[in-house]
Structures are given as C-alpha cells and as structure tokens.
Design a binder for this molecule. Structure first.
Ligand code: SF4
Length: 467
C-alpha cells in the first residue's frame, strides 16, 4: 500500500471474518443475525451477508454486499418481517488469495447441488486449499470465487451423501489449516471448527427456543442469547428441529486458539475459553508494568484495543492514565492525504494527540503489538509534535517474528520489524525513547490457562500445522 493511501483499519494485523447463524421456531432470526453481525463487525469490514430459510429445505433468501453491516442492511427493520427458522451470517476481511474485494467473494455463499441448496460462511484459512482446488479442477470443477467456502461446497457435492452431516464428516478431515464454518442445507444449521480450534466459535440458546452460533460471545449479549459453551476443536454442532446435537468429526483434536484473539482481535466484552478479553488485556498491562518499569508522568493507550492494557499498566505503576490519543471513528474506508506536507509529516487523520495532556510530559504509550513499525513511527511523531518530552513504548505482547498461516493477514516475516533484529535496535528505528515487550510466559500467565491451549506461532516460529 503506498504510504499516502491509508486504510481506515487502524492496525496492520487483520482478522479474517466473523461467522454466525442459528435455528429457532418463532424467532426473528434474520433480524437477530443482522444484530449479531453488528457485534462481529470488528472481525471484517469488507462485506456482510445473511442467508435465511424457512427450515424445510426450501429456497433460502440471500442478501450480501460490499461494505459495513449498516451499509448492506441499512434498514434492519426489513429483516424483522422475514419468516425463517434458520439463518447464516458473515462479515468478511479478505485474506491472501481471497484478497480481492469483489462481490463474488462475499459470503455466505449460496450454491445449488443435487440435494438442494447449500449456504456456507467461513472464518479462517485452509493450508491445503491450492492442492484441493487443483484436484477438483482436474476432475472438471469450475470455481466462481476464490473462497475456501466454495472449495468445501464442491467437496460436499462430490461426496455424494444426501445427508449434510455425513458429507461433512467425510470431507472435513481432509482440510488442513484454520476454519470455523457455519453451514446450512435449508433444514439445519451446522457449526464446526478445525482440529486445533484456531478460530473461535461458540454456541448459545435463544430465549424461548432455538440456538445460535457465533465467532464471539459478544454477539450473544447483543441478541439476548445465553452462552452455553465453546464449540470444541474438531467438533460439529448441529442445530435443527430436534434442538442441538453434536459429534466429533476430527480425531486427535486439541485446543490451539489463536493467542492474538486475547491480545488484539476479539472484542473486550467477549469471553474466550471462559476468560474475559478485557480483563486479560488489563492483566497484560499490569505484567508489562512490572516487567518494563519506566520513570514517566502519564500512561496512555493506543485506541481502542490497547486501552485496557494501558489502564492496567497505569494502575500497577501508580501513574495517572490519560487519554493522550483520540481516534476519529468517522474516516472513510480509504483516503489519500491531500498535501505533500501532510504526507511528509505523517499526519494521521484517524488519530490525534491531546496537546494539553501530552505537552512537556514523559509519556508511556502502550500498544498491543508492532508489525512493520510504520504505525509506531507515526504514533511517536504525533506524540512528539504535541510536545511530549519522552515517549516510552510498551507492547503488551512479544516481538512478532513470523507470519500467520491460519487466517490472520500478516506480512512476510522479512517485513516484520522484530524479525532477526535485536529488540534494542527498535527504539532508534521508530523514534521512541525506550521499548519494552511483554514476554510470552507473562502473556500466557495473564490469560490464566496452560500455554498448550494456544497457538503462539507468530511469536515462536513453532507452527502447530504446516501445509
Ligand atoms: Fe494467531 Fe499468530 Fe497463531 Fe496466527 S500464528 S493463529 S496470529 S498466534
């Protein structure tokens, strides 16, 4: 991306989609799904979509489009009138080969095969999609999209069984990588996770009757659903007229949830593996203050994901927490800086420092991660321009040294500022007075579960599954 063209996404790591869906009698399910998508909007802003059906295998309605949920469903009240027993929803951030922002790649995907309709929504990234795609193309398959959802649809169609459950049980073990799918054949809604559980998926009960699946538990709060449990790695959960039932379809599964969900991606009001994201981030900040103390006047966080860690840091260090940076939430998706001066000075239209707070102060600036370092350079320039005497960067995660192959859009390792570099060289490169990264053991301790529950590969280079 050229320097002067700035995405409205505040950071350099991006989540790759949010999924949801449910089955219920007498519930405004399309409407609820729309509200769940609003709650999952942070997981993808490129497109949104909902498929809904009467639950008897007949035609499912599909509406999807490019943009935010509020742009695709501007009059959500319209959805209230849709009579349906099942629905599937999706918000998308394009990943890797699925990178184009074209309408055909928006999800859920709806396809017809000999047993009826299939609707598929996917979060994650398949490691063996290129090989599987080639195999199918050799057999005559024609693909209309770049998505892993379409790949799965072809595999289901070729498997031959009229039972969606049986087809999935047969083909899912062939998939490698990260996936949380929500799928419907018009009679039921099925949620399933890969054998490592890289991407989150939970299930809740709806008031009155029915069940609902979502990538994050914050979606349940929004629609008044009661959390039941996380879908287990390798598990398939089926929601239909008989209620909720499940079966394990991938043997030797064990949890390897992406640890970045706690550090940055998930919403603070979500719980992952029973741990509240906000509280974990606050604890990350406390531990960071103990590991990397510094003489300073104020502590501030980079909005929004680092505010909890910054407040934990301030509490532990006995320093005042101040809102030194303000984020403008209303900048369009992409914009071009109009003048050379703005480009040269790294003026950021999304973030501004509060001069009266920062002027003459020694500031601890807490951020959740550093990817290439370009954002840090900008943030530190903003603070210095506002008159900060010193800027000490504190990062509530370890140095990033590897790319992610499991659905998080990260650059090539060579582009990561900490890749094969001594951490002590970084302050000079980004213009900070000092830097301190929280070590991985402390991150795990802050979550309060054994390290074996988490994927930590982009910090360690030790990948649980390779292509
Ligand atoms: Fe998450 Fe990093 Fe693992 Fe990717 S490699 S799933 S970003 S911990």
């Amino acid at each position: 991306m050229p320097d002067e063209v700035i995405s409205n996404r505040c950071r350099n790591l991006h989540e790759a989609c949010g999924v949801c869906g449910g089955y219920a009698e007498d519930q405004p399910l399309a409407f609820l799904t729309c509200f769940a998508l609003y709650a999952l909007q942070h997981r993808g802003q490129e497109s949104a979509g909902i498929a809904a059906g009467p639950g008897d295998g007949r035609k499912m309605l599909l509406k999807r489009g490019l943009g935010l949920v509020s742009e695709v469903f501007p009059v959500s009240a319209d959805l209230k009138g849709i009579v349906c027993k099942l629905a599937v929803g999706h918000v998308r951030y394009p990943y890797g080969s699925e990178g184009s922002s074209s309408l055909e790649n928006t999800q859920p995907l709806k396809l017809r095969y000999r047993h009826g309709e299939l609707v598929i929504a996917h979060n994650g990234h398949l490691l063996n999609s290129a090989g599987l795609r080639e195999e199918l193309e050799r057999q005559g398959a024609i693909f209309q999209t770049d998505t892993d959802s379409e790949l799965l649809a072809h595999m289901i169609a070729r498997q031959g069984s009229s039972s969606l459950e049986e087809s999935l049980a047969a083909v899912i073990p062939r998939l490698k990588g990260a996936f949380a799918f929500v799928i419907s054949d018009g009679n039921r809604v099925i949620g399933l996770r890969d054998g490592f559980g890289f991407r989150p998926l939970s299930v809740a009960s709806l008031e009155g009757n029915g069940y609902f699946l979502a990538s994050e538990t914050c979606a349940f709060d929004t629609i008044g659903a009661s959390f039941i449990r996380d879908v287990e790695p390798g598990e398939m959960v089926i929601l239909d007229e008989n209620g909720l039932h499940s079966r394990q379809i991938i043997e030797n599964s064990y949890p390897n949830l992406c640890i970045f969900e706690y550090i940055y991606f998930a919403r603070p009001d979500s719980n992952l593996l029973g741990k509240n994201v906000h509280l974990v981030r606050k604890e990350l900040g406390r531990r960071l203050a103990r590991e990397h103390p510094v003489e300073a006047d104020i502590v501030s966080g980079v909005p929004d994901s680092s505010i909890a860690a910054a407040s934990g840091f301030a509490e532990e260090a006995g320093l005042p927490y101040e809102m030194a940076l303000v984020k403008n939430r209303y900048i369009g998706r992409t914009f071009i800086k109009p003048t050379q001066k703005m480009r040269e000075e790294g003026v950021d239209l999304k973030l501004n420092a509060v001069k009266k707070i920062v002027e003459g102060k020694r500031v601890v600036l807490v951020d959740d991660s550093i990817v290439r370092g370009t954002t840090s350079i900008k943030l530190i320039k903003i603070m210095r321009r506002a008159g900060a005497k010193e800027v000490h960067l504190r990062i509530s995660s370890p140095p990033l040294i590897g790319s992610c192959y499991y659905g998080i859009d990260t650059p090539d390792p060579h582009e990561l500022i900490a890749y094969q570099r001594d951490v002590m060289e970084i302050p000079k490169l980004i213009g900070a007075d000092s830097i301190g990264y929280l070590n991985l053991e402390e991150v795990v301790a802050a979550i309060g579960l054994p390290a074996s529950n988490f994927c930590r590969a982009c910090f360690t280079g030790d990948y649980p599954q390779k292509a």
